[in-house]
Design a binder for this molecule. Structure first.
Ligand SMILES: [Fe+2]
Ligand SMILES: [Fe+2]
Length: 191
């Protein structure tokens, strides 16, 4: 695995200043959450730094990469290539940034729609991306507090808020996010 200093400088070159600074804040937040919840801080740092590796690619580049990597593209993604930035980013993390750890690649891949059976690191990176210090939306304080206390609950509430927000804004919801939500709702319903 590349050292985080090297990874940082390469990402600083590849990303816009806005995305790079967001990635740094996401990484710092992920490390904090990893510390609180006894997860691997090194992996949280790396995953946080690299999670948006594909964030600044143009739509054409995203689709081209997705095809190269044989990532399945649905009609929704074809229309909004931004939706594949997590899946493409995970492959870029492996191929361009030489990250081999599957748990880190999984956290990158799942930082937008999640997946069923999220690992602790998946949840940490998902939440860190959503609550890093410069983020601001209605209800964020609730998620920030929950993230300190209970990762599973924080993820469930964060995921729910994200879906509701997308719907309220009239935006497209990826079918994968709906199926992840159904499994989250089932889990939450049990408790
Ligand atoms: Fe992202
Ligand atoms: Fe992000």
């Amino acid at each position: 695995m590349v050292e985080s200093l090297d990874l940082r400088s390469r990402l600083a070159q590849a990303l816009s200043a806005i995305s790079f600074e967001h990635s740094e804040r996401t990484a710092a937040t992920a490390v904090k959450l990893a510390k609180t919840h006894s997860a691997d801080e090194e992996k949280a740092l790396t995953a946080g730094l690299v999670h948006d590796a594909a964030r600044d690619l143009t739509d054409e580049e995203l689709l081209k990469r997705a095809k190269e990597y044989r990532i399945e593209i649905s009609a929704i993604e074809e229309e909004k290539p931004y939706l594949v930035h997590a899946a493409v980013g995970a492959r870029m993390a492996a191929e361009d940034y030489e990250i081999v750890d599957e748990s880190i690649l999984s956290a990158v891949k799942n930082h937008t729609f999640g997946q069923t059976n999220m690992s602790k690191l998946d949840k940490i990176v998902f939440l860190a991306d959503m609550i890093e210090p410069k983020r601001d939306f209605n209800g964020i304080e609730t998620i920030r507090e929950l993230a300190e206390e209970n990762l599973d609950k924080a993820f469930a509430v964060a995921f729910q808020m994200q879906l509701v927000r997308l719907i309220n804004q009239g935006k497209v919801v990826h079918p994968k996010a709906i199926s992840v939500w159904n499994s989250v709702a089932k889990e939450v319903g049990k408790k």
